[in-house]
Design a protein around this ligand. Structure first.
Ligand code: GDP
Ligand code: MG
Length: 326
């Protein structure tokens, strides 16, 4: 980056921007190569700052699922990128995606703050050099407990870059941001750099989703999301979001779709929550998921769901079949 203006504390500017631009993908090199990383990243910001543009660029393709996407109780997955050892799971947080002026006020409640509290990283998007009341409202919802990156987007529109230094200083005072990333969502190199920054904040843990199925808008993806949505809706708030759904099989047989899914939970008692009394909860999850999949795909669906505790291998006794014909 070059500074054309030298009238305004160029040293400050250089230092500030050097710091802001210092994060590199290589910074995460300390992580073991085999160790998978995976985590939730929330993209927040007032309307029109470039969140959708950014998300599309981060995931690497157009995202159209949001309109028909399933809601979990706390997060809605808007895109996933799996690359190398890292899986980035981008989520919407209810209350942050507002199109109406005062919706933020209305949504300023525990649910909103709670939802954004259990992500691993927040990307707070603003337009570089700007910050107004609407930005402040979004900022006020950020929990102190989650690292937040200030993403100063539309850098290409900033002509007097020297003005960014005092602005960055001002932003530093407003919140304890983990990093400052001036960039343009339209610039592929910036997107790569941003991914490198994000990955440092994702915990070392197994991926939540299979490698392929979630990088596109495939039927497998939709199947996983629908089962997941039923899972969280029918088990209530107690089940940790770390519980995941894996599609083991998705076969097309003429007009029939044969789908096998595994719900992976962390603990034995979580397994009980999913299965329910006499397996009736798991049965409902299966039935509702199957019905929705049938209406979505227009095909008969044969859905099998297994429940597994992440650490165990031999306990797939809990299984439900949800037939396409009942
Ligand atoms: P959202 O409302 O936050 O999701 O914002 P959008 O992604 O819809 O973007 C709002 C407008 O800003 C669109 O016209 C985008 O093309 C534009 N935009 C997004 N990122 C950039 C950027 O880095 N530079 C410029 N110049 N425009 C951008
Ligand atoms: Mg948008």
């Amino acid at each position: 980056m070059t500074s054309k203006d030298t009238d305004q504390s160029p040293q400050d500017l250089e230092a500030m921007l050097a710091q802001a631009l210092s994060s590199r993908p290589g910074a995460a090199a300390a992580a073991p190569v085999q160790g998978q990383r995976c985590g939730l990243i929330a993209i927040v910001g007032k309307p029109n700052v470039g969140k959708s543009t950014l998300l599309n660029a981060l995931v690497g393709q157009k995202i159209s699922i949001t309109s028909r996407k399933a809601q979990t109780t706390r997060h809605r997955i808007t895109g996933v990128r799996s690359e190398g050892a890292v899986q980035y799971v981008f989520v919407d947080t209810p209350g942050f995606q507002t199109r109406h002026g005062n919706a933020l006020n209305r949504s300023l409640n525990k649910t909103v703050v709670g939802a954004v509290s259990d992500v691993d990283l927040i990307l707070m998007v603003v337009e570089a050099g700007q910050f107004n009341l609407a930005d402040a409202q979004v900022l006020s919802l950020l929990p102190a407990s989650v690292p937040a990156v200030l993403l100063a987007n539309k850098l290409d529109q900033v002509h007097r870059r020297s003005e960014l230094a005092p602005w960055l200083r001002d932003m530093q005072q407003r919140h304890d941001f983990a990093e400052f990333v001036p960039m343009s969502a339209r610039n592929a190199k910036d997107i790569e750099r941003l991914l490198g920054i994000c990955q440092k904040y994702l915990p070392e843990q197994p991926w939540m989703y299979g490698a392929d199925e979630l990088t596109d808008r495939s039927d497998r993806f939709m199947a996983a999301e629908i089962v997941r949505e039923k899972l969280f809706r029918l088990t209530g708030d107690e089940l940790p979001y770390t519980s995941t759904v894996i599609i083991d099989k998705y076969e097309e047989e003429g007009e029939l779709r044969r789908i096998a899914a595994t719900i992976v939970v962390e603990r034995d008692n979580h397994k009980g929550m999913v299965i329910g009394e006499k397996g009736e909860k798991l049965k409902r999850i299966g039935t509702e998921a199957r019905q929705e999949l049938e209406s979505l795909t227009g095909h008969k669906v044969f859905l099998e769901i297994w429940v597994k505790v992440r650490s165990g291998w031999a306990d797939d006794d809990a299984r439900v079949r949800s037939f396409g014909y009942e």
